[in-house]
Design a protein around this ligand. Structure first.
Ligand SMILES: C[S@@+](CC[C@H](N)C(=O)[O-])C[C@H]1O[C@@H](n2cnc3c(N)ncnc32)[C@H](O)[C@@H]1O
Length: 445
């Protein structure tokens, strides 16, 4: 009997054992078949299935990889490896298998099930259900709608083209929704090599593994390439008023110069939060801005690109990739906003109408830019100047706008919202109240 025939016989024995749910025996027979004929894809493919049944995930993945080496377009091999990788929490590998499965002609319906399974696995990884060895488990909570009740994470991590991976909304959000609140993996007061290494040395083995799975945009950097752990820190760390933090889930949020979400450090709970700045549709990517305030809304594409080099990338967001003419128009708008911001304190006591018109102009320009944050930089000034004229209706209008944006962007319990909650009273009691000629203004947004 030829080796090929013997191998086929062993496979048949394996299949019989498999049907009787005797997976260990099936595994033995497939191994024998492989040793007799290593060129036949059926044997590693079947052994991969037996390994899945035996919950030997790594071996199942390896066998599917062997099968793909023998037949690169094998739908079954992609499907089995996907399931092995799912169990191994290999998100990007599992994503690649879904793509391979589809490209090899796998059924659309099945691929949708794979996507759902992967999303469920990711959510369980981040929220902790069924994945106790994953440190983000205890680190993350999320609220999909309304700011109050904790739900499973409302976003998944997917491939985002040139940006690597990114966070995509499951069902969508409204302005002011808390997308996630995550306890950092570590916090450092500065990003020196010693401080970062010291923080990393305190991570558990599982945490370190997750840390190492984060993106490193500095692998080609002349100095940082020698220190990948520092490169990961540099790529993902976030500046907060309480130091520099690194969060596993939030690390997957990409940057946009007109973001639909924003970071908000909450000192009370020691958590980094992300709030929706505007409506975010289901499956839309969630973007934050890595740079703050005027550095993003008041600066040209060229200047923003320069600043973002610090994160090791050239920004490819929707604003930075506008065609030449639209990009120039965007720059013009942002530079005008910056000029208005700089000019505001220099309007004279008789120029309050002009000042308020300039504020409205800045806010409209921001709206045209699709920039949905930081309106409070302007509305707060409008309230203050109206209080100097004793125009309390205008003060209430502008102060309400300020409070509204701070609640939506930082949360009702944030310092920044609380600070302006009773602003009307504070303006009334301030030394500047009624200090200019009494006047009423009807200038509104
Ligand atoms: C904090 S990570 C964000 C998640 C990352 N994309 C990933 O795959 O894990 C920051 C890195 O993502 C990429 N990135 C984020 N926003 C980007 C953008 N607007 N354009 C190009 N790359 C971006 C850059 O490589 C950057 O260094």
């Amino acid at each position: 009997m030829s080796r090929a025939t013997q191998a086929n016989l062993a496979k048949e024995k394996g299949n019989t054992a498999f049907r009787k749910e005797e997976y260990a025996i099936a595994h033995e027979q497939y191994t024998f078949a492989m040793s007799l004929d290593p060129s036949d894809i059926a044997y590693p493919l079947n052994r991969s299935m037996a390994n899945l049944k035996l919950k030997r995930w790594q071996e199942a993945e390896d066998d599917a990889t062997i099968a793909l080496g023998l037949a690169p377009g094998s739908v079954k091999a992609y499907y089995r490896r996907f399931h092995a990788r799912l169990q191994l929490h290999n998100v990007s590998g599992a994503q690649r298998d879904i793509i391979g499965f589809l490209e090899a002609g796998g059924e659309i319906q099945k691929s949708k099930e794979m996507i759902r399974d992967l999303a469920a696995m990711e959510n369980s990884l981040i929220s902790g259900a069924g994945a106790p060895e994953v440190s983000a488990a205890t680190n993350t909570e999320s609220v999909t709608q309304g700011n109050t009740s904790p739900n499973p994470l409302g976003f998944g991590v997917w491939e985002a083209g040139k940006r690597g991976q990114g966070a995509f909304a499951n069902d969508g959000y409204q302005r002011g929704d808390l997308i996630v609140a995550e306890r950092p993996l570590y916090r450092v007061s500065h990003s020196s090599t010693a401080a970062v290494h010291s923080a990393i040395s305190k991570l558990s083995e599982a945490e370190l593994k997750q840390y190492k799975s984060l993106r490193n945009s500095f692998s080609q950097d002349p100095t940082l390439s020698r220190d990948p752990l520092l490169g990961i820190h540099q790529t993902n760390a976030i500046d907060t008023q309480d130091g520099i933090v690194l969060c596993l889930a939030i690390s997957r949020f990409n940057h946009s110069c007109s973001p639909n979400a924003r970071y908000s450090w909450h000192a009370g709970s020691g958590r980094q939060r992300v709030y929706a700045l505007r409506e975010i549709q289901a499956e839309e990517e969630i973007f934050v801005s890595y740079i703050g305030g005027r550095n993003v809304y008041g600066s040209s594409r060229k200047d923003r690109q320069k600043r973002l080099q610090r994160y090791g990338f050239t920004c490819a967001c929707a604003v930075c990739t506008l065609p030449r003419q639209e990009s120039a128009a965007s720059d013009t708008r942002r530079i005008e906003v910056a000029k208005i911001w700089e000019r505001i304190p220099f309007y004279g006591p008789s120029q309050t109408s002009l000042r308020l018109h300039a504020i409205v102009r800045a806010l409209r320009l921001l709206e045209e830019e699709g920039y949905a944050a930081d309106a409070d930089d302007f509305t707060n000034d409008a309230a203050k100047i109206c209080s100097a004229h004793g125009d309390w209706a205008s003060v209430r209008y502008w102060a309400a706008k300020t409070y509204e944006s701070r609640v939506a962007e930082f949360g009702e319990d944030s310092f920044r919202a609380i600070e302006v909650r009773d602003n009307v009273d504070e303006f009334r009691n301030s030394a500047d109240a009624n200090s200019l000629r009494a006047q009423k203004f009807s200038i509104r947004l």
